[in-house]
Design a protein around this ligand. Structure first.
Ligand code: GLU
Length: 273
């Protein structure tokens, strides 16, 4: 290599090193996180009717552990905690809103399942709940055996139907999709059907049922099954955002931050499997 070539090679490697250093500092946050920071607001899908998790009040404000967790994620991105735009989602709408790009993430009692992990990214679980039944106090349903010949309301897009059929089977009771299950688009319509006597039980996670409890109904504490691990979901292609969130959740699980958020919101500790 002659002198000129050597100098050229040196110059090239200096440019490469500089370039690397520059891109490393500009890209401390993954591109998909940077895009959120640049926009100036984090868009999160939450429930509007789950006490302690995410409830929307009459003035439109949200409160609950999933709301607090969303604000902490925004802060970790360098945004102010109030720079979170919340959208109310249901079991039916949350996945599509993510896929459309309308929201950046979902923190909405969204159970991590192997099938769902093929469609969206999920963080580690920040909470675990069990599935249960809301029934009329005088409705004659107290245990699995009482479900024979009854109609049970479940929400479209939820894990509840399969979980209930499996748990009943383990307890010696055969329930079928056609004879025992009625699917509804949302929870208020299941509660209305329960009140009207069209279904004899409302099946979903206990945390969600507690939002529909009233003096005429009870949640069967003896019928609790299928632990549901709630994770933060992101669009499958947003891998940088998913690993950014995963690092935070793992850190906050280890250092007690998540336990404190759960306790602050008066939510019962996670269901022990
Ligand atoms: N957590 C359950 C699920 O993800 C129940 C539905 C819901 O979250 O609304 O399917």
């Amino acid at each position: 290599m002659n002198k000129l070539h050597r100098m050229g090679a040196l110059l090239l490697s200096a440019v490469a090193v500089l370039g690397l250093a520059f891109s490393a500092s500009a890209a401390t946050l993954p591109d998909d996180v940077q895009a959120i920071v640049k926009r100036g607001e984090l868009r999160v899908g939450v429930k509007s009717d789950v006490p302690g998790f995410s409830m929307q009040d009459l003035s439109g404000d949200y409160a609950g552990m999933e709301v607090d967790l969303s604000r902490k994620i925004a802060e970790a991105m360098g945004l102010k905690p109030d720079k979170v735009a919340f959208t109310a989602v249901t079991a039916k709408t949350r996945g599509q809103l993510l896929d459309n790009g309308d929201i950046d993430m979902v923190l909405a009692t969204f159970t991590i399942t192997p099938e769902r992990k093929n469609i969206w990214n999920f963080s580690s679980a920040y909470y675990t709940d069990a599935v249960s039944l809301l029934v009329k106090k005088n409705g004659g349903v107290k245990n699995y055996a009482d479900l024979t010949g009854k109609l049970i309301g479940v929400a479209e897009g939820s894990t509840s139907k399969d979980a209930l059929i499996a748990a009943a089977k383990e307890n010696g009771v055969t329930l079928t999709d056609t004879d025992n299950i009625q699917t509804f688009p949302d929870y208020p319509s299941i509660k209305a059907a329960l009140d009207a006597g069209q279904v004899q039980a409302f099946c979903v996670d206990g945390s969600i049922l507690s939002g529909y409890l009233d003096p005429s109904t009870e949640i069967l504490t003896t019928v609790r099954f299928a632990p549901q691990d709630y994770g933060v979901a992101t669009k499958l292609s947003n891998k940088g955002l998913a690993s950014f969130v995963e690092e935070l959740i793992v850190k906050w699980l280890a250092d007690g931050t998540i336990d404190a958020i759960i306790a602050d919101n008066k939510v019962a500790p996670s269901f022990k499997k």
